[in-house]
Ligand binder design. Sequence first.
Ligand SMILES: C[S@@+](CC[C@H](N)C(=O)[O-])C[C@H]1O[C@@H](n2cnc3c(N)ncnc32)[C@H](O)[C@@H]1O
Length: 223
Amino acid sequence: MLNDNSTPMTAKDYDEKISQTIPYYSEFYRQTLDVIEQCGFDEIYWLDLGCGTGTLEEQAFQKFPAVHFVLVDPSEKMLEQAKFKLENRSVKFVCAMSDSVQYENCFDVVTAIQSHHYMREQKRKKATECVYHALKKGGIYINFENIVSEDEDIKAFELLRWGRYQQRHGKTAEEALEHNARCGKNYFPLTMAQHIQLLKDTGFRKVHIFWSSYMQMGIYGIK
Ligand SMILES: C[S@@+](CC[C@H](N)C(=O)[O-])C[C@H]1O[C@@H](n2cnc3c(N)ncnc32)[C@H](O)[C@@H]1O
């Protein structure tokens, strides 16, 4: 890893730069929080995998009065930022990869927002099994992730659109191209059908894509 985490941004720059890189990023949080609100939990035990700088949690604390978080990330620097942001909140921090967490029937909610695409197939499968084990029966897994078309022409077309988005938001043409070159090398997007299949194969009894753009989607699975 060249950086202090697996994204192309340093942990310190992450909050400023993420919306420059990923379209609709703030919508991912809005949609996630809305789905959780719809679940109607009185009290929420919530595991966030690949928590990054803790922005989702900051927003969740505003919305839900009784929420208990465990935040997991393999980057110490990301966790440092999250600890700073969530100072005085009751949060447990764990430095680990998603495929190594070992909880059993502990959580009402597990989230992984743009954090599982760095894993190749076997590790991602293992991570999804860890999520499943960590959830209580009836609990919900919410995953935002990159998507890709199986059609190579469409894939190239949408990557170019993504690059244009980044340029409109302050990146140079070269930086946008560099980012696109990470696809299949630094991160490994799945098709929508593969995302659905992964959750179904893991045992989730209800699976639904609840939001999508041209490069990312939100999916949930109910245990
Ligand atoms: C694009 S950031 C997303 C951060 C945060 N979830 C958000 O919504 O902004 C990706 C995060 O995933 C973490 N990450 C990378 N590989 C991971 C893995 N195998 N398991 C869990 N987290 C991972 C990175 O350290 C980084 O903090």
